[in-house]
Design a protein around this ligand. Structure first.
Ligand SMILES: CCCCCCC/C=C/C(=O)SCCNC(=O)CCNC(=O)[C@H](O)C(C)(C)COP(=O)(O)OP(=O)(O)OC[C@H]1O[C@@H](n2cnc3c(N)ncnc32)[C@H](O)[C@@H]1OP(=O)(O)O
Length: 305
């Protein structure tokens, strides 16, 4: 770590003054936010009202969005979710971005929807105002989304993580749908995505008792794909994103679409879509390049076309 910091701070003969200044700024942000220093250097952190955005990984191919409402343990409120949706629009339109990581703090990924915002909400306003519409933006991302969960992922926080394509967890993570304790039920996928992820009996148990499970249990039950020391979690998420970035964006998008279809289609419909998308890969340059590269014993050079 010390040598990393020295290497970043000692200006080499070739380093320009602006580059030296930007490295100092990056290190200031990294230490201010207590982030683990990445293997590959991140771009400057763009601090917004409720979240921070930075580019990480080789060629800035991974956009990292960090929920940043520490006083409320990242409780999800309308302005935070609107900011998240706008940020996703922005990073998705950047061709350099191959994967998106959503994370929170070491204490909380997100402790649920903002209870204080909901406290006095009445049915009429909830129903006629279509409360929560648009909060599902993460599930509509065309790029793969990795949720890197440290700490609490409760209620809407757990649902937000489940909207991602891959969930990885820190050893300190806690998942649950405790809405039942508040006299309500999950409202953004908890009763639908959770049983698909861990099975009906376990989902019923979590939603009906409000009990929390730890990272190991979540991994054993298939809710998360792997568990890591909390301080290494973000690096791990970025490295998954970097690996995805070596593939064709076009084919990754097709693969993601096919897997997501398995959530809401019959087996027959899903298999049909898979076959059609598989056929479609043969209309792309990247399918030809991938197979040519294998036969010629070289790495493929995908052009996302
Ligand atoms: C992506 C789509 C989402 C759609 C959502 C759909 C519907 C979802 C509904 C819900 O999510 S309901 C909420 C479910 N979550 C909970 O019930 C958890 C509530 N929080 C807690 O139980 C505890 O805070 C904790 C997570 C166990 C941590 O306890 P700890 O003692 O360590 O901290 P606290 O002092 O309780 O909290 C610190 C601070 O944060 C505020 N806060 C925590 N959670 C929320 C929340 N969900 N909403 C609003 N505010 C929250 C808490 O009030 C404290 O602030 P102050 O009161 O001290 O100002």
């Amino acid at each position: 770590m010390t040598s990393f910091i020295l290497h970043q701070l000692i200006p080499s003969a070739k380093m320009s003054a602006p580059l030296f200044a930007s490295r100092c700024l990056k290190l200031k942000y990294l230490s201010a936010f207590g982030q683990h220093c990445p293997r590959s250097m991140s771009s400057a952190v763009d601090k917004r009202e409720y979240l921070m955005v930075e580019r990480r990984g080789a060629n800035d191919c991974v956009a990292v969005i960090t929920l940043n409402r520490p006083k409320a343990l990242n409780a999800l409120c309308d302005p935070l979710m609107e900011e998240l949706a706008r940020t996703l629009d922005e990073v998705e339109s950047d061709d350099k971005v191959a994967a998106i990581v959503i994370t929170g703090s070491e204490k909380a990924f997100a402790a649920g929807a903002d209870i204080k915002q909901m406290q006095d909400l009445k049915f009429t306003k909830c129903y006629s105002g279509n409360f929560l519409s648009g909060w599902d933006r993460v599930s509509r991302c065309k790029r793969p989304v990795i949720a890197a969960v440290n700490g609490y992922a409760l209620g809407g926080g757990c649902e937000l993580a489940m909207m991602a394509d891959i969930i990885i967890a820190g050893e300190n993570a806690k998942f649950g749908q405790p809405e039942i304790n508040l006299g309500t039920i999950p409202g953004a996928g908890g009763t639908q995505r959770l049983p698909r992820a861990i099975g009906k009996s376990r989902a019923m148990q979590l939603c009906l008792t409000g009990d929390l499970i730890d990272a190991k249990q979540a991994c054993d039950w298939g809710l998360v794909s792997s568990v890591h020391p909390p301080e290494k979690l973000l690096d791990e998420a970025v490295s998954i994103g970097e690996k995805i970035a070596t593939k064709s964006k076009l084919i990754v998008q097709m693969c993601k679409e096919a897997i997501n279809k398995s959530y809401d289609a019959s087996l027959t419909e899903g298999l049909h879509l898979e076959k059609r998308l598989f056929h479609s890969t043969f209309a792309t340059n990247d399918r030809k390049e991938g197979m040519d590269a294998f036969v010629e014993k070289r790495k493929p050079n995908f052009t996302d076309s």
